[in-house]
Design a protein around this ligand. Structure first.
Ligand code: CU
Length: 151
């Protein structure tokens, strides 16, 4: 009788250990999936931080590919930006159409700078090492023009 009880206790002990192991196995799997999730969140946060770092100084807003933004002077926002000598300006095309940031006036580019066609949500950064007023325009939309003033 005592042997039976002991063997029963051993069996119970073994099965408890097996159940315990399988449960801990499940737990460790859950932890692994949680780790992956937290890694994903971290990478998302990192990309958000990158976007914040790439904060635009001048935005090309939506719907400027049609005439009219020039009436309120909002083809580039702000249409006049002042930077210190040696400073940089970053443009962001928030429109769904292509635009350019090209030095000079429409039909009279000065060939100081030219972004080329900026895709939607593409950035363009320039640094200005010379004092002066730099007019620029969009090669695709004659009504789009603005200025960088370097002091
Ligand atoms: Cu344009």
């Amino acid at each position: 009788m005592i042997k039976k009880i002991i063997s029963l206790a051993i069996i119970l002990g073994i099965s408890a250990t097996v159940i315990g192991l399988s449960l801990s196995g499940l737990n460790s799997e859950e932890i692994t999936s949680e780790e992956i999730t937290s890694e994903e969140i971290t990478s998302e946060e990192a990309s958000l931080e990158t976007e914040e770092m790439m904060k635009a100084d001048v935005v090309i807003p939506t719907k400027v590919s049609r005439p009219g933004c020039d009436i309120e002077d909002i083809c580039y926002i702000p249409s006049k930006i002042i930077v210190e000598k040696g400073g940089s300006v970053t443009w962001l095309n928030e429109d769904s159409a292509f635009h350019t940031v090209t030095s000079g006036f429409y039909g009279e580019p000065t060939e100081l700078f030219d972004s080329g066609y900026l895709d939607p949500y593409q950035y363009y950064t320039l640094s200005f090492d010379e004092i002066g007023t730099f007019d620029y325009f969009c090669e695709l939309h004659p009504w789009m023009f603005a200025q960088v003033i370097v002091e």
